[in-house]
Design a protein around this ligand. Structure first.
Ligand code: GTP
Ligand code: MG
Length: 344
């Protein structure tokens, strides 16, 4: 497989208990690359962060391996809560290709950690676990953005022992939930064993390792699922319905299949009859504008999966978060209206 034209970006959901660091992890992945002068390599889409392959390779210290990778990057989705994630999953079908379950290493498993694992088990989604907040271990000496093993080997014996103890509690909890797991660098078969990566979302330690493991998983297990019809009709899931100054009601979606174009007729799920409308504008957040309170968007002609994008169109007031959006043409319009409604 050398032709990556038809491989879409894998969608990676970050899940876990409240306050265990999901958003901080994504901020870190996004922020440090921009800070490293990678403007454009990382784009913050709506509710989603796209990390391009070059940036991942560079940051994971695996340069020279570039040609071995066939996915264009990774599209991270921050899950705001368990409920929202469930509805996204059931409506979007295979919306998440991979998942990261985040556990605060000092707090261990919590109710939403277990719920996340149940969801992943049900959908048979490949995942890795990150043991976050290692910098909070008493006596920890941080090494910004270092790989886990590098920073681990520089810690005192006591700190390492403390980390190991906490780490094996997570291994035990995973076992109780029905998963065999091991530290990621000791896993030889990621299909049989869940890899656990100790990280700090605040110092960036372990994040290069996480990105590399995810890329490896994507390459190994998802290749067959990532072929798609780039020229096919756009299909996505609504993340949020939002009022925007000057635009009225807009929808933020994850496009997980095909291409969506300005002017396309779209069928949008709502509590009542699906809405039939036309795409007036496709808006990608400007990567340079993301820090400002007043976000600026790039108005684009078309977008191709997988990507996060804001749609401006008439009559979106009743659009429903979690519902499906699909492009339609006069021939298949009725079928698509029916299918969008049935998916609710
Ligand atoms: P919800 O969205 O509410 O489910 O929480 P979340 O999982 O997104 O957690 P969030 O990223 O908001 O982090 C919660 C708190 O933990 C914040 O105060 C973070 O600064 C802190 N935090 C997250 N990761 C780390 C870490 O690696 N080290 C330290 N010291 N603090 C962290
Ligand atoms: Mg959060």
């Amino acid at each position: 497989m050398t032709d990556n034209e038809n491989l879409r970006t894998p969608i990676v959901c970050v899940m876990g208990h409240v306050d265990h660091g999901k958003t901080t992890l994504l901020d870190r992945i996004r922020g440090s690359s921009v800070a490293a002068g990678e403007a454009g390599a990382i784009t913050q889409h709506i509710g989603a962060t796209e990390v391009m392959i070059d940036s991942i390779i560079e940051r994971s210290g695996a340069s020279g391996m570039k040609n071995n990778f066939i996915v264009p990057g990774l599209l991270f989705i921050d899950t705001p809560g368990h409920h929202a994630f469930t509805s996204l999953r059931s409506r979007g079908g295979a919306l998440a290709d991979l998942a990261v379950v985040i556990v605060d290493i000092n707090e261990g498993f919590m109710p939403q950690t277990k719920e996340s694992l149940q969801i992943l088990k049900r959908f048979k989604t490949p995942f890795v676990v990150v043991a976050n907040k290692i910098d909070r271990i008493h006596g920890w000496q941080p090494h910004e953005n270092a790989s886990f093993l590098e920073t681990y080997n520089k810690q005192s014996e006591r700190v390492r022992a403390d980390l190991d103890n906490k780490f094996y509690e997570i291994v035990g909890e995973l076992y109780n939930s029905g998963f065999n797991s091991e530290r990621y660098d000791r896993v030889s078969d990621f299909q049989r064993n869940i890899g656990i990566i100790p990280i700090s979302a605040v110092t960036g330690e372990g994040i290069p390792d996480l990105l590399m493991v995810l890329l490896g998983l994507a390459q190994k297990f998802l290749e067959s699922n990532l072929h798609y019809n780039a020229s096919g009709p756009g299909e996505g899931t609504i993340l949020e319905v939002k009022e925007e100054k000057g635009l009225g009601t807009t929808i933020d979606i994850i496009l997980y299949d095909g291409t969506l174009k300005k002017g396309d007729t779209i069928i949008v799920g709502s509590l009542g009859e699906p809405i039939q409308t036309k795409v007036r504008a496709l808006l990608k957040p400007n990567p340079m504008g993301e820090i400002s309170a007043e976000e600026k968007f790039q108005n684009v002609e078309s977008v191709t999966a997988a990507i996060g994008v804001k749609i401006s169109a008439p009559n979106l007031d009743d659009a429903l978060s979690g519902a499906t959006v699909r492009a339609a043409n006069p021939e298949n319009l009725e079928t698509i209206v029916k299918e969008v409604q049935e998916e609710l």
